[in-house]
Design a protein around this ligand. Sequence first.
Ligand code: PEP
Length: 257
Amino acid sequence: NPRRTPLIAGNWKMNLDHLQAIAFVQKLAWNLKDAKHDFSAVEVAVFPPFTDLRSVQTLVSADKLPLAYGAQDLSAQDSGAYTGEISGGFLSQLECQYVLIGHSERRTLHGEDDEQVAAKVKAALKHNLVPIICVGETAADLELHGPSAVPVAQLKAALSGVSNAADIVVAYEPVWAIGSGQAATPEQAEQVAAQLRNVLKDTLGEDVAARTRILYGGSVKGVNIAGYMREPNLDGALVGGASLDIDEFSSIVRFQK
Ligand code: PEP
């Protein structure tokens, strides 16, 4: 779709400390520049741990690297007595462009519910961060409700009370496909993405729906990325495991349809 620049996003999870992050980001940028990657045609973003972000900011700004970056989570609050939390204001001061919200590991391991996800989406927008709203069904949900019911409900909930979301990203990540090596087929992912775009239409209007990128996530690799990118409602990928291998991640970024 000409209105949507594909986005390949690497979620490092709790991997790479701030020194490893510097080496990694530098090598990734060199690798892609050597391969003459056109960053305006396919945007690349990395999501390091919080403690890496200042180092990544320093490197990206000093070397003018064409990489975007963001955090893996944020607090719904701006500041105060919230031990261990990180506010959206802190992230935008570090020139983060994006923030992941509602990743399945936050939902399952940290008990984040739809209400918290919605509050975090509002906090991200308030601080001029583009939220990457993660939704997806578990294997049990899939069996009970089919593929799209849970992701559709999660996206509706995440957008409740949001009216001015001109710039958001949605990541469809079936929980059963994350880190399992068992990726959804492009057809399966497209079917859900089409439903998610309908939710965007109903909640935010045609225009926002038409320019919002919907990513697929779940065991994406160099060998399977092209299939997703051929689907009309998929505009990129959120990559976990494969984002930690520079050659593998580069081959995802440089997909050929
Ligand atoms: C993720 O956790 O966002 C993810 C997609 O992981 P993986 O690529 O390892 O399945």
